[in-house]
Ligand binder design. Structure first.
Ligand code: FAD
Ligand code: EPU
Length: 338
């Protein structure tokens, strides 16, 4: 059923109030096809919605928002490994915990990332040294213009840091309906990330006998200690990507700021944007309804339920200040609509 003039505030974790001209929740592939043909007849733009944890609504959306509610999760364990077939409307964290509870390893570092399975490939979700593409097998997606189903392999998806073909060349052309993952049997814990090392040391856990469940518990604890829960303080996670710069720029910055946090990344260096924003003096600052989280400067928050313009004004002010102070360009991670 297509609803008219619906406020998307309950459907985005920044809790921005903005109306969509049309709204449909779809639970089957046929319902999805019907919604797409309705939009095509009326020449409406489409906003595919999962949990709304990586979008910024800058105003009313003049099209059809489609909440992808396709359900179904098949997990087939094989020792520590196995395969997973998940429909796009499944909760990502529930998927992770279902594998961990069955003793399977691989996804534990990605625990507690909000949102739905269908959005996970869009920006190749990642955390604590692991990315979705490490376990990705294939996905199924419906072409918006034809309603036809297509399969995408890992190479088709062109995954990169917080990026995929669905944010680039094939942007706005497909709705992801199912994601298939494969976990290898020879699981090894991935705990090189400094915060994980520190947590494991504090607990006194033996590094040679770590289990996926222990690592998931560590990740959940670390995340809860610094990331605000969206239903308590509205936010969209990291607001900017960590910028990647070349070795010359990194060396100059490191000489000027010896405590700069950065990680080698391919041929360049990935700078901790949270550190840059923090050192520019923004951590904990409030600007009218919106602000910068006091424990993690990369997270913009919306405690006063401000509008999209409040959020974008703050984001622009931060990016411009970081550019002036460090000569580094910050790129937003969430997608802006419309
Ligand atoms: P939405 O916000 O609903 O959508 C995001 C984008 O994907 C939109 O452009 C939307 O149109 C599109 N989309 C959604 N579903 C589909 C579909 N089925 N087909 C086609 N397009 C679709 N991200 C990380 O990578 N790592 C983290 O550690 C992390 N931590 C976070 C912590 C917090 C507190 C929050 C609020 C966010 C965090 N995020 C993180 C960002 C976010 O959780 C992820 O990007 C997540 O995958 C978004 O899922 P969603 O269902 O909410 O997507
Ligand atoms: N830092 C500061 N001040 C701050 C925030 C961070 O100095 O206010 C420093 C920290 O001390 C740390 C470094 O910056 O040394 C990195 O911080 P953190 O470990 O919190 O990670 P991050 O780089 O800020 C990234 C991802 C997160 C992901 C975590 C864990 C991006 C844009 N963000 O954050 O993903 O959960 O690493 O892997 O890559 C998201 O994408 O929404 C997200 C939350």
């Amino acid at each position: 059923m297509i609803e008219v003039n619906i406020d998307l505030q309950p459907h985005n974790t920044l809790a921005i109030s903005a109306n969509t001209a049309f709204f449909a929740r779809v639970e089957t592939l046929d319902e999805l096809r019907e919604a797409l043909s309705f939009a095509q007849q009326k020449r409406l733009p489409i906003l595919p919605l999962g949990g709304g944890s990586n979008i910024v609504l800058t105003g009313d959306f003049p099209g059809l928002a489609i909440q992808v509610g396709l359900r179904g999760l098949t997990i087939t364990p094989n020792g520590r490994g196995g395969t997973i077939e998940a429909a796009a409307g499944e909760e990502w964290h529930q998927l992770v915990m279902s594998t961990v509870e069955q003793g399977m390893g691989g996804l534990e570092n990605l625990a507690l990332i909000p949102g739905k399975v269908g959005a996970a490939p869009i920006q190749n979700i990642g955390a604590y040294g692991v990315e979705l593409c490490d376990f990705f097998c294939s996905l199924q997606a419906m072409e918006i213009s034809t309603g036809a189903l297509h399969n995408f392999s890992v190479s088709d998806c062109e995954f990169d840091y917080r990026d995929s073909v669905f944010k680039g060349r094939l942007r706005d052309q497909f709705i992801i309906t199912q994601v298939n993952l494969r976990l290898e049997q020879d699981w090894q814990p991935r705990v090189a990330y400094p915060a994980l090392q520190q947590f494991i040391g504090q607990q006194g856990w033996d590094c040679d006998s770590l289990t996926p469940a222990q690592i998931a518990a560590a990740v959940i604890d670390i995340r809860n200690s610094k990331l605000p829960l969206p239903d308590q303080i509205p936010n969209a996670g990291s607001f900017f990507k960590n910028p990647v710069v070349n070795a010359d720029i990194y060396q100059n910055l490191k000489s000027a700021h010896p405590d700069l946090v950065a990680y080698a990344s391919g041929e360049g260096w990935k700078l901790a944007a949270g550190w840059l924003i923090d050192r520019a003096g923004w951590r904990g600052r409030r600007q009218e309804a919106v602000g910068v989280h006091h424990q993690q400067a990369l997270v913009l928050v919306n405690p006063g339920r401000g509008c999209g313009d409040d959020v974008t004004r703050l984001a622009r002010a931060i990016a411009s200040d970081v550019q002036d102070k460090f000569g580094v360009t910050l790129e937003p991670e969430p997608r802006y609509y419309p």
